[in-house]
Design a protein around this ligand. Structure first.
Ligand SMILES: *Cc1c(COP(=O)(O)O)cnc(C)c1O
Ligand SMILES: [Zn+2]
Length: 399
C-alpha cells in the first residue's frame, strides 16, 4: 500500500463567509450550499506554533504549509511561486516627497502574475481531492496559470476567456496543452459558458471564490508582507481589485497572524485600498452608494484585463475588508494607467501590468486628496508583469 506523508496542515474545516456554518474540507467543495457564497478555510491557530520554524525553509509560498490546506506534501503542484521581492521605489519617492514607497512585485511569479499563487493551491487541492481536470473562466492571467499548473499535475485544462484578451494569454495556454474557448463578452459571460461546457460536472470549476483554495494561495501575500517587513506592516496597501481574492486573502492572513500571536499587539493593520478601472468599477460604485450592489453592473473592457469583473461574487467580503481596515475604493482611467506604466518604467525600471500601474496612480490620487500622507509607509501591490499586455498598449512609443 502506498504510504502518504504525515499531514502538517492545521486546516480544520471550511466555513461559509456569510452565515459561518461549517463544511467538510475533505471533499470537493465549490461555494457554500447554505448561502451560495464563498467558503473560507479555517485553521487551528490556538496550538502554539513558533514562527522561528520559517527561517530554514525554501523561499516559496509553501514555507507556510501548516497554515495552508494541502494535507500531503506529495500533492503540492509547485513551479516556485511566492516570496516575491518588496522593492523600495526611491526615485518616485524622491520625485513626490514620500518617506517610504514600496512595491511587492508579483510579476516575478511563474506565468508572470500573482494568479500563480491561487492556481498552485487550487490545482494542488484538485489533485489531493482526486479531480481529473479543471475549467476556469478568466480575463487572462488565471487561465494561463491554471494551464501551467494543470500541465505540471498531468490534468486536463479548459480555459474560457473573452475574445478580446491579448493573444499572448491565449497562445501561452496553448503551449501548456490547454483547450482554449473564446467568448464574446467579459468574464461573467465566460463563467456562463464554462458552466454550460461543464454541465456533466466532470471538471472542477476553479472560478474566483467559487472554490475555497485560490483564496488560500493569495493569502500567502499577507504572510510574506509581514515576514519580509520583519513582522511590521505598512500603513496602507493598494490593491487592484477584480474578483478580490487578493484583497480578501491578505486581510485574512493578517487576522490569522494576529490570532497566532505572530504580530505584536501594537502592530496596526494597514488600511486596504481597492483600485479599479474607470471602465469597470462595480465595487467603487457600490462603495460610493451609487447602487445597492453590483449584481446588475455592466462594465466595459479595460487594458487592465484583470479588473474587468463586473459582478464579483466576493463583493460583500471586499466591502467588509474596506470597512474593517478603514480603507477606501478608487478608480483609474485608461489614460492614467498608461501614464503610470511609463512613470514606473522610466523611473524605476519596472514594466508592470496595467493593473499595477493603476495602483500607483491611485496612490498619487489619494496623496493629492490627503487620504494618504507622504510620511506614511505605502505599499503598492503590482499583481503582474506587463509583457503579455503588449497588444493592449502598443503604439504608444511611436508618438
Ligand atoms: C486577476 C488579476 C487582478 C485581480 O485579481 P482578483 O484576485 O480577481 O481581485 C489584478 N491584476 C492582475 C494582473 C490580475 O491578473
Ligand atoms: Zn451560509
Amino acid at each position: 500500500m502506498e504510504t502518504l506523508t504525515e499531514s502538517t496542515s492545521r486546516m480544520v474545516h471550511l466555513s461559509c463567509s456569510n452565515c459561518g456554518s461549517t463544511h467538510s474540507a475533505h471533499t470537493k467543495q465549490t461555494f457554500s450550499p447554505c448561502c451560495q457564497l464563498p467558503l473560507a478555510a479555517q485553521y487551528d491557530l490556538q496550538t502554539p506554533f513558533p514562527k522561528e520554524v520559517l527561517a530554514k525553509r525554501a523561499a516559496t509560498m509553501w514555507r507556510y504549509r501548516e497554515l495552508l490546506p494541502v494535507q500531503h506534501e506529495e500533492n503540492i503542484v509547485s513551479l516556485g511561486e511566492g516570496f516575491t521581492p518588496i522593492l523600495a521605489l526611491q526615485n518616485l519617492a524622491r520625485k513626490y516627497n514620500l518617506s517610504n514607497l514600496l512595491l511587492k512585485d508579483e510579476g516575478q511569479n511563474p506565468t508572470g502574475s500573482f494568479k500563480a499563487r491561487g492556481l498552485s493551491m487550487a490545482i494542488s487541492m484538485a489533485k489531493e481531492l482526486g479531480a481529473e481536470g479543471c475549467i476556469v473562466p478568466t480575463a487572462g492571467n488565471a487561465g494561463v496559470a491554471m494551464a501551467a499548473y494543470c500541465a505540471k499535475a498531468g490534468m486536463k485544462a479548459v480555459v474560457v476567456m473573452p475574445r478580446h484578451t491579448p493573444e499572448a494569454f491565449r497562445e501561452e495556454c496553448y503551449w501548456y496543452g490547454a483547450e482554449v474557448v473564446l467568448v464574446d463578452g467579459l468574464i461573467n459571460d465566460c463563467a456562463a459558458k464554462a458552466k454550460e461546457l461543464n454541465a456533466a460536472g466532470n471538471l472542477l470549476d476553479v472560478s474566483t471564490l467559487k472554490e475555497p483554495y485560490r483564496l488560500e494561495g493569495k493569502k500567502t501575500m499577507g504572510y510574506e508582507l509581514a515576514e519580509q517587513l520583519n513582522w511590521q506592516l505598512p500603513d496602507v496597501i493598494l490593491y487592484p481589485a477584480g474578483g478580490g481574492t487578493g484583497l480578501i486573502g491578505i486581510w485574512k492572513a493578517f487576522k490569522e497572524l494576529q490570532e497566532l500571536g505572530w504580530l505584536e499587539e501594537d502592530v496596526k493593520l494597514p488600511r486596504m485600498v481597492a483600485v479599479q478601472a474607470a471602465n469597470c468599477q462595480p465595487l467603487v460604485a457600490t462603495y460610493l452608494g451609487h447602487q445597492a450592489n453590483a449584481q446588475q453592473y455592466v462594465g466595459k473592457p479595460t487594458i487592465a484585463n484583470g479588473l474587468a469583473v463586473p459582478r464579483p461574487i466576493g463583493e460583500q467580503m471586499m466591502l467588509q475588508v474596506l470597512r474593517e481596515s478603514g480603507g477606501t475604493a478608487v478608480s483609474i482611467t485608461e489614460e492614467d494607467m498608461l501614464h503610470g506604466l511609463r512613470e514606473l518604467g522610466s523611473h524605476e525600471g519596472l514594466f508592470v501590468a496595467p493593473e499595477g500601474a493603476a495602483v500607483w496612480m491611485a496612490a498619487r490620487q489619494l496623496l493629492s486628496t490627503g487620504v494618504l500622507a507622504p510620511q506614511e509607509t505605502i505599499l503598492l501591490l503590482n499583481t503582474g508583469s506587463g509583457q503579455k499586455y503588449m497588444s493592449n498598449i502598443a503604439g504608444q512609443a511611436k508618438a
